[in-house]
Design a protein around this ligand. Structure first.
Ligand SMILES: Nc1ncnc2c1ncn2[C@@H]1O[C@H](COP(=O)(O)OP(=O)(O)OP(=O)(O)O)[C@@H](O)[C@H]1O
Length: 880
């Protein structure tokens, strides 16, 4: 539960930038000592002045100023009922480029709807054999008659839960609650003669559960094995007092169909069990299998027996099918995130096909794209002794369940993929698209449109983690649905995504999401239970609308932090330049001038800077996270040069005026009068420069609202500008006295100072908007990105294009050496087809399109050694 160390580029750059400022202050320090000695100043004055320069260059108020944007974002989030317990995470949210969603309760409604039950029925065929099959769908759970094993399915559903009654109201897992209410049974806890009950059940106080249609019957739950996501099941040991034999106990279990199947005696399971499960799951239903086991043990033993020893050899009772409705806002939010180029991933503890169906419904898997399931074949090994992997094409819910013979087999190393299905998505028509070298919007769109989706389940993920570690990164980059994931696997997935340079948000509501919520850069909890303790953000509104809000506020906070930092750095450097000029004549700004700049101008602007709200729409890209980028550094240094030129002009020209009186530095320990004409002139021009910097660095669209949306800052700008104009144009006695200014007698010179400030403003705006924003951040960054994509894509065609075979004919197969690890490659061989109009389905393009950059593993060198098949043109493989 220790907090994760904040490892954010922005924070690292911040420290580097402060180091850079410290270096400047070091230069200033030396300059001051040299100049002060040259001018014959006293030792005391030299020490004071040189130390002054350090506090001027590295502003002590910087940390406070930096947190203003974050505090404002936190307050705005609070208004939207999103609570943040770790404000430092807000900035990180600005860089999020993948969001992992839990399914149940997050994308879909928490309160599921009961759909049907499919009880299992045993029918006697002849004397020796009986057949087990599913009964028809039943929409009611209240009738005990006619169900298998004397109505035990209903008994199991009514008793196998962990509901508790608090103040007369039942509380617990929503699924348990709905199922229990559906039975119509009643539950009593600690009512009646408690003492008698306690004695009767050997000091265990049981819950008494009674059917609605039988006054006499009552069932006592004497042991409960609680539900756990990693076990995917829960069980209870129930005693029926009517039997009046203390050793007549029944264990009821319910859990995921796969888990209960693995615990059941195969003879009690219908042959078409998995087909039925897949058929429901494929239509997006959530399934719970129910089973029982008669136990021959007394109360004492039942209350101490180990879970593993009783949860085996179960008799299958049937399936409960629940409706899994997607929340109304889910589709809109996922679309919004997709439009903003933020990848969405589903990571659920539920069935793979159910997850896939919900992923389609909510837009994580686009309707027009194909989805493939990556599965392992337990017990089957490839030539390297590793568990064999297969890929199956998923069909949409309207189609039939996929058949096994439509699968595409995959193996590692030099072996091949064999695609048997005509439309398996890996057909050569899809793999032999020639890639043009130039990366244009059209062909990128084409690549994105032609990509497919992958889905994987927890057990296969575990096999890949242990046996194919070199594939984990790649899989994390291209898989969209991770199903049947245990809590620690959810966490591992988040960490893997972080390892390939994604900034990850995790949104979930259950206890099984806690580890992932903690591991993510930004964990967003939709419940106020366990998940909210692990997650930095908790939304009171239990749907995923909070995700884009958190991201856009994070982006706004990040841009604000950048802006404030640059503003504070600009302010320090501006004051540094002023002081450097004045030190040349052994002078410094007066206390009043320092106070006006530091306490009024800077403090007020820094306070109001972060008040600008987030932009109402999520932009297509995230804001820059690097403070030490060319753009940021150019901006700060460029503004410093503009400011320096303006101040130097004023400093020099003041000294050339006919009315100019040079400053007389104090002799020895004489009381110092800091007022000087050059000091006043520099102060006058620099006042405007601080205002200009605040406006220049207060960036608006596409991450924050415009400056006009920050009304207090607009008002401050107008007020401060008018006040500064007043100070320059009408230097009244009061103004001169308060600020320590000297009267500059010539009005035209004062107007000239205003002119310099005005030109400074124009040049600063033109430089920031035209050069930094448009050229460096826009054109240059796009060019760089395009270049890096071209470099990658240049490499792809050599593997994608058709190769002449030995006999001069076009090779019938394609090969890609993409994503290869330490000589371990996943190969795919395809039979050719002539239709070249089809699209390429390479994982590679998907990764490029998604990441928009090069994760570490793409840039790793391509192994020299290829598989033996590659040397033989007739057997070229496609590496996956
Ligand atoms: N109360 C329960 N009793 C028995 N089995 C349950 C219960 N709740 C869930 N299950 C089964 O255990 C599986 C795993 O549950 P888990 O809570 O890890 O994930 P989930 O709720 O299905 O999905 P998500 O991770 O998206 O919330 C479920 O798919 C379901 O089959």
């Amino acid at each position: 539960m220790y907090p994760k160390p904040v490892d954010f580029r922005f924070t690292k750059d911040l420290f580097k930038f402060i180091l850079f400022l410290a270096c400047i202050s070091g230069c200033g320090f030396l300059y001051t000592i040299v100049v002060m000695i040259m001018r014959g100043n006293t030792l005391r004055r030299i020490i004071v002045r040189s130390l002054d320069i350090i506090t001027i260059t590295v502003p002590p108020a910087l940390p406070a100023a930096m947190s203003v944007g974050i505090i404002n974002a936190q307050l705005r989030l609070k208004k939207k009922e999103i609570f943040c317990i770790s404000p430092s995470t807000i900035n990180t949210c600005g860089a999020i480029n993948v969001v992992c969603f839990d399914k149940t309760g997050t994308l879909t409604e928490d309160g599921l709807d009961f759909h049907v039950v499919r009880p299992v029925k045993a029918s006697i065929k002849d004397e020796n054999t009986s057949s087990i099959s599913f009964m028809e769908e039943m929409t009611e759970l209240t009738s005990r008659n006619g169900l298998s094993f004397d109505g035990d399915l209903v008994k199991a559903i009514a008793t196998c839960h962990s509901l508790t009654r608090i103040n007369g109201v039942l509380h617990g897992d929503p699924l348990d609650l709905i199922l229990f209410q559906k039975t119509g049974w009643t539950m009593e806890e600690g009512v009646g003669d408690i003492e008698e009950e306690t004695q009767r059940f050997d000091n265990v106080q049981p819950s008494i559960i009674k059917p609605s249609d039988d006054e006499e019957a009552e069932f006592s739950v004497i042991r409960q094995f609680t539900f756990s996501s990693s076990l995917q099941r829960m069980s209870v040991i129930v005693f029926d007092p009517s039997e009046d034999r203390p050793d007549n106990m029944m264990l009821y279990s319910k859990g995921s169909p796969e888990m209960i199947l693995s615990l059941c005696d195969p003879k009690t399971v219908p042959e078409d069990y998995l087909t039925q499960v897949n058929a429901y799951a494929q239509h997006g239903f959530r399934l719970i299998a129910v089973a029982r086991r008669p136990l021959d043990m007394n109360f004492n033993k039942a209350s101490k027996v180990k879970r593993d020893s009783v949860e085996c050899d179960l008799e299958m009772l049937g399936l409960v099918v629940m409706e899994n409705r997607v929340k109304p806002v889910t589709l809109g939010v996922i679309n919004q995130l997709n439009r903003a180029n933020i990848r969405t991933v589903m990571v659920t503890g539920d069935n793979l096909l159910t997850g896939l169906s919900v992923a389609r419904e909510c837009g994580i898997i686009r309707p027009q794209k194909r989805a493939f399931l990556v599965e392992h074949v337990p017990g089957e090994l490839d030539q390297y002794g590793r568990t064999k992997l297969i890929i199956k094409q998923s069909v949409s819910s309207s189609d039939e369940v996929i058949e096994d013979d439509e699968s595409v087999s995959v193996s590692m190393g030099s072996s091949t993929w064999k695609g048997s299905s005509e439309n398996d998505g890996f057909s050569p028509t899809n793999t032999e698209v020639e890639m043009p070298n130039a990366v244009t919007t059209e062909n990128l769109d084409h690549l994105i449109a032609s990509s497919y989706h992958l889905a994987i389940s927890g057990p296969t993920f575990a096999v890949i983690v242990h046996e194919y570690p070199e594939l984990v990164d790649q899989l994390c980059c291209v898989c969209d649905v991770f199903a049947r994931m245990a809590p620690d696997q959810k966490q591992l997935l988040v960490e893997q995504l972080q390892a390939v340079d994604y900034t990850v948000a995790m949104c979930g509501d259950g206890a099984n999401d806690c580890a992932a919520l903690k591991a993510a850069h930004a964990g967003i909890s939709l419940s106020d239970a366990e998940a909210s303790i692990a997650a930095p953000f908790t939304s009171k509104v239990p749907d995923i609308r909070c995700v884009p809000t958190v991201i856009s506020e994070g982006r706004a906070a990040l841009v604000t932090s950048f802006g404030i930092f640059k503003y504070m750095a600009g302010y320090s450097l501006t004051q540094f330049v002023t002081v450097m000029h004045l030190y040349w004549i052994s002078n410094i700004l007066t206390d009043g001038q320092f106070m006006f700049i530091d306490m009024f101008l800077i403090t007020m602007f820094a306070l109001l800077f972060g008040n600008t709200p987030a932009f109402h729409r999520l932009a297509h890209t995230s804001p820059p996270t690097r403070l030490l980028s060319i753009a940021s550094m150019t901006s700060v240094i460029g503004q410093l040069i503009i400011i320096g030129i303006a101040q130097f002009t004023v400093f020099i020209l003041t000294a050339q005026q006919s009315w100019f009186t040079p400053y007389k530095p104090p002799v020895d320990d004489e009381v110092e009068d800091k007022r000087s004409m050059q000091g006043t002139a520099l102060f006058c021009v620099s006042m405007f420069q601080y205002i200009i910097l605040a406006i220049v660095y207060s960036k608006g669209k596409p991450y924050r609202g415009s400056l006009l949306s920050n009304k207090p800052m607009c008002a401050l700008t107008v007020f401060a500008t008018l006040l500064c104009l007043f100070i320059v144009i009408w230097p009244t006695e009061l103004v001169l006295l308060t600020l320590g200014n000297v009267d500059l007698p010539d009005i035209y010179f004062r107007l000239f100072i205003l002119g310099v400030a005005f030109i400074n403003a124009l040049v600063s705006f033109a430089f920031e908007k035209g050069f930094v924003d448009y050229f460096l951040l826009g054109y240059w960054e796009r060019y760089k990105k395009k270049r890096s994509l071209e470099t990658i894509v240049d490499y792809v065609p050599s593997d994608h294009i058709r190769r002449p075979s030995m006999n001069g004919l076009t090779s019938s197969r394609t090969e890609t050496t993409l994503l290869s690890g330490e000589g371990q490659q996943l190969h795919m061989t395809k039979t050719p087809k002539t239709d070249e109009g089809q699209q390429s389905s390479s994982l590679f393009e998907r990764i490029i399109s998604r990441i928009g950059g090069e994760p570490a593993w793409i840039t790793s060198s391509i192994p020299q050694s290829s598989s033996p098949d590659i040397t033989e043109p007739e057997h070229l493989d496609r590496t996956f």
